[in-house]
Structure formats: C-alpha cells, structure tokens
Design a protein around this ligand. Sequence first.
Ligand code: HMG
Ligand code: MG
Length: 301
Amino acid sequence: MSAPKFVKIVEVGPRDGLQNERRFVSTAQKLELIARLESAGCRAIEATAFVSPKWTPQMADHEAVMRGLQPREGVSYPVLTPNLKGFDAALAAGAKEVAIFAAASESFSQKNINCSIAESLARFAPLMQAARASDIRVRGYVSCVLGCPYQGDIAPRAVADVAKALLDMGCYEISLGDTIGLGVPTAVKKLIEVLQDIPMSALAGHFHDTYGMAVANVVAAWEMGVATFDSSVGGLGGCPYAKGASGNVATEDLVWLFGRMGVETGIDLEALVDCALWISEALGRAPASRVARAIAAKTSP
Ligand code: HMG
Ligand code: MG
C-alpha cells in the first residue's frame, strides 16, 4: 500500500482539545473556535461530547454548542456519545454524525466510561440501532491502542478485537487512540499490520503528543496507507481520565508536515495558525506547537 496523496484531518480541538481545561470555556468561545476552524478549511470538526456533565464538566454545554452551530455545506460535526442517552440528546440537538468510544484496556474503560469493554460494546448496540434508524453516521474510537496509563502495554490483538467489533457493529471508521502518547513508529507499524481485517480506508490515527512522538507516529501510519488523522489546533488537549495525557498532535504540525511533503489536506496553514494563536491566547498560554510559534515569530511585526 503506497502512502496517500490526500489526507483527511479530523479536527478534535473543540472536544478533545478543550475537555481537560479546568476553567470553563464559554459556549461563545467554543462556537468561535469552530467557526475559525471552518474558515481555515477544516471539513470535519468534532464539536462537543454528549457525556455526563458530572464526568466531564467542560462539555456540559454540549446542547448549546450544537444548537448554536451554523453548519456549513460540506463540513461534518461529529460529537461523542457514550450511550443511548447521549445519542438521543445529540440527535435532538441536531447532530448528524456521532462517535462512540471504547478502549483496548479494561482499566481505562472502567475509569473513562465506568464499565468493562464487553459492557461498553453491549451498550453501543442499541445506539447503533437508533443511529441506523435515523441515518446517522457513527465513527468508532479505540483508546489506549499503544499503551495504557493503568495497565501499561496493550497487546495489538486486543486492539484488533475491539476495532473489529466496532466495525462489525456499523462504524464507518475506526480511530486508533494513542491516548497517552506512548506510541513510537515501530509499534504503530506493528499494530497496523495486526489490523489486517480492517480496510485501510476505514482506519484513522489519533495520536497524543505526550513524549513528542506524535508526528513521527503519523508519518509511520501514513507510510502504511492510513489517510485520516485526528488532531487538535494549537496542540490542545488531554483526557481527564488518562493520567499523564497531554495534547493531541497539533493540526498545524500536520498541515505543515503534509504540505512540505506535497500531500493535500485542504487546510490553509496561515488561517489555522491564526486560529491556534487566538485559542491559545484565550486560554492564557502559548501554542504547544513549534510550527505555530515559528510562523507567528516570522509574521509578527
Ligand atoms: P455512569 O455514572 O456510570 O452513568 O457514567 P449511569 O448510566 O449510571 O448514570 C448516572 C447519571 O449520569 C444519571 O443521572 C444519568 O442520567 C446520567 P442522575 O440520575 O444521577 O441525575 N447520564 C448522562 N448524562 C448526560 N449524558 C449522558 C449520560 N449518561 C448517563 N450521556 C458515562 C457513565 C458513560 C455517562 C460516564 O462515565 C461518562 O460520561 N464518561 C465520559 C468521560 C469522558 O468524557 N471522557 C473523555 C472522552 S474519551 C477520550 O478522550 C479518548 C479519545 O479522545 C480517544 C483517545 O485519545 O484515546 C476519544
Ligand atoms: Mg484523545
């Protein structure tokens, strides 16, 4: 399989990027973030999560975010739904695409969604049925694919089993979550080899950058044929239920990387960096991404 010439970026900043922020980011700021991402050319933007506000307070305004969206033609706005309750609320608020999230680690599954892996899959069955009945696309996540904060190493076979179960349930794509960034390129390649039962076109890479390996891992997956990557503007992010998780790979790092390699992403780097600077300033910090900082240093007076 040759490396793809076009890469689809799923911008997860408004959800994964913000979910771990302690200070509440206003609904208006979240909506402005989404609008700026759209203007930069992002065509898949994970908008929010219909999770329990007790578990993830930053996503408590999920309904207001969905209702406040002004959907643009050609842009999808998936939202996280852990169960039928979240799905029903998302549907009522106008969601057209959702994402379910399971884990390859039993301990992480318990910490994150308060049930075992098998229970989570059973919980997704009625959700998938409801999604089919309402013509809603469902994306599937598998977390901890390259290591778990509680269990350590995770066998690629365990990832393959959960990924296949999600695919068989009807997920159109499986996003492989390196939740705390333990992956390195050799492990990424080994994992993708074990996932032979999943068509390459149905795989996405979701790399967190805790140890600075996310870009290397993206390149390894891309070389294997993966053409979809999740990333977060400004490198924002972290999971409240994964000790030590830091931000997703920065979207501007991917747009810079693929642009320099002659691979199309459809995203305007300058507009994206402006967005990274804006949200970072709103959160009171410098962007995590060196690409954003370098471009900002070149263009500032
Ligand atoms: P639970 O406490 O076991 O739920 O939480 P329950 O079914 O026992 O219900 C308890 C209460 O929660 C009830 O309310 C329910 O109505 C309510 P009460 O009667 O006490 O007032 N409830 C809900 N409220 C709103 N929305 C819902 C919902 N469901 C039940 N959907 C639950 C189970 C799954 C809900 C909880 O554990 C949860 O919300 N977990 C999500 C945690 C989270 O947001 N994690 C971060 C996202 S995952 C991630 O970051 C990884 C990823 O990026 C990939 C990667 O990097 O690997 C995707
Ligand atoms: Mg994540």
